[in-house]
Design a protein around this ligand. Structure first.
Ligand code: AMP
Ligand code: MG
Length: 520
């Protein structure tokens, strides 16, 4: 089956109120969950990359005519049954209520039933102006589109709940961006990513009618969320909203635990960027921990308070869930229900991350190992240590032999300086070894568990930037190579060893290679 054979429907549009006006004029949209708006056609759509794995979700076995496919996935041509819309939502940004935000450059084309029985929304990011574009242009640059496309798919293969990406299309149109916010805007190539998920609804979709006191809209939307996203709560009667809120809390905890496991930092955990399905959503100025620094944030806008740094993510998710819970007050979710949901979050986060940490170390349990874990985290921060390489290569340190300096050899590539904390490292490894012995873990078992929990390949910012530079010069090869390698992040791929290397020094301060601005 090909893209043009898909049939589309739109549950959200058929069940929830939208507004009558279809022009993309900026405005406050009241009493409606979305606006019907068409993508704005682009000059020269060209298909740069396509995810076969995401296509398979939709039952697509081949790309087909890439010219036609590019037209559809740039928004130039609609397929029968598509009913495009932009969603209306608000959100708390950096801790403050920001009012109406909405899909300012994302347009959902329609929903298609996959062979797995799941309905998937196809949404174009960068498809042109909507009523929610405010003073911006509704477009996305190639740079941020490559990053969203690759990271969505990489996260899926890492086992992290996420929205998916089907395609990356260049538009043939320039987009003006002030990348460094220094008054020097410059044209960059534009692109459109087609994102795929069972729903793109966010905490902010419910927060907005709640903040406006639009009880009727809130009830309709909450009922829709319950029925279409959490059908398993159907038998819960009057308790249904409380039950699905608890499920959002649980799923969010699992998602954030995965972020912490793989060293992913979202960078903009505003409540408009939090999925009701517990999926990682809205890849912007995200990053991957290289040196293990809990207060590292990839987002230059976040530098003053580091609200969204790696170590704050579990707490920020909890704060965001509290905002969602508050918004549900008007549909019968009480303060006690909210507290119970937040408790569910804490419990789930602790147990999920705890068992992930045990897997990362190849231990059966870390329940009574707080000293070992604290020691590890302080060791990782003592000198600049690459998180991904350290955990992956720890599996190669022989724990069934006497620990001498040569035992540290596998860990050398994880260190950004020549001054290894040898003595502390050996002392920690001794403790680790005795815990392994106490728990009866043998070497083969340990390595297998660790290699399934500690990825070898992650989308380091400098790797994404190299692929962006090539794509900008018209070469999609590096994007497609990363897409292929990141499909098996836990496998040894000897011919791609270069993609598992620690960040080179030239990338430490280069734009796009360490920190990012929001100018996407
Ligand atoms: P973000 O922080 O990227 O999730 O975006 C916050 C809000 O700004 C959302 O309402 C986006 O739709 C909107 N937005 C971001 N970039 C653009 C753009 N280039 N054109 C229109 N709206 C945008
Ligand atoms: Mg967003």
């Amino acid at each position: 089956m090909q893209l043009t054979d898909l049939s589309f429907e739109q549950r959200l549009v058929s069940k929830l109120p939208g507004e009558a006006e279809t022009a993309p004029r900026p405005r406050q949209v009241l009493g409606a969950c979305y606006s019907r708006v068409l993508p704005t056609p682009v000059a020269a759509p060209t298909l740069l990359a396509w995810s076969e794995d995401c296509a398979a979700l939709l039952g697509l076995s081949e790309v087909g005519d890439s010219g036609r496919v590019a037209e559809v996935l740039a928004g130039n041509r609609l397929l029968p049954g598509m009913a495009p819309f932009a969603a209306c939502y608000g959100g708390h940004q950096f801790g403050n209520w920001a009012g109406q935000l909405g899909d300012g450059r994302a347009i959902t084309l329609g929903e298609s039933l996959g062979p797995d029985g799941v309905r998937y929304e196809l949404q174009l990011k960068g498809a042109g102006l909507t009523p929610y574009s405010r003073s911006a242009d509704g477009r996305a640059v190639l740079r941020s589109s490559v990053r969203e496309f690759l990271c969505s798919e990489a996260m899926h293969h890492l086992g992290v709940p996420t929205t998916r990406a089907l395609s990356l299309v260049t538009t043939g149109e320039p987009v003006l961006r002030d990348m460094f916010y220094d008054g020097n805007a410059a044209p960059e190539p534009g692109a459109v990513v087609c994102r795929v998920a069972p729903s793109f609804l966010r905490f902010g979709n419910l927060e907005l009618p709640a903040a406006r006191g639009d009880q009727e809209l809130l009830v309709r939307l909450a009922d829709f969320v319950q029925q279409s996203l959490f059908p398993e709560t159907a038998g819960s009667g009057a308790d249904a909203h409380r039950v699905w809120f608890g499920e959002v809390c649980r799923r969010t905890a699992v998602m954030v635990a995965h972020w912490m496991r793989v060293g992913f930092v979202h960078g903009v955990m505003n409540t408009d960027n939090m999925s009701l399905l517990g999926l990682t959503i809205d890849y912007g100025p995200y990053g991957w921990l290289e040196g293990f620094e809990p207060d590292w944030t990839p987002n230059t806008t976040d530098l003053p308070g580091r609200r969204y740094c790696y170590g704050n993510q579990p707490g920020v998710a909890l704060w965001n869930l509290a905002r969602l819970g508050q918004a549900l007050g008007a549909v019968g979710v009480t303060d006690d229900d909210v507290q119970a949901g937040l408790e569910e979050y804490r419990r789930t986060y602790e147990s999920t991350f705890g068992s992930m940490l045990a897997d990362k170390l190849g231990l059966v349990t870390i329940d009574d190992e707080s000293e070992l874990i604290d020691g590890l985290f302080s060791l990782l921060q003592q000198v600049e240590t690459d998180m991904t390489l350290f955990f992956r290569r720890l599996a190669q340190v022989p724990m069934d032999h006497d620990l001498t300096s040569s035992a540290l050899h596998p860990l050398l590539p994880a260190y950004y300086s020549d001054n290894l904390p040898d003595a502390e490292l050996l002392a920690w490894l001794e403790r680790y070894r005795s815990r392994l012995q106490d728990q009866g873990v043998d070497e083969a078992q340990r390595r297998a568990r660790m290699n399934a929990a500690n990825p070898k390949y992650v989308l380091r910012n400098y790797l994404a930037q190299q692929a962006i530079d090539a794509a900008t010069a018209g070469d999609a090869g590096p994007v497609n190579r990363l897409l292929a390698v990141l499909r098996q992040p836990y496998a040894e791929q000897p011919e791609h060893e270069d993609l598992a290397a620690r960040r080179p020094e030239w990338a430490r301060h280069k734009a796009g290679c360490s920190m990012l601005s929001c100018s996407s």
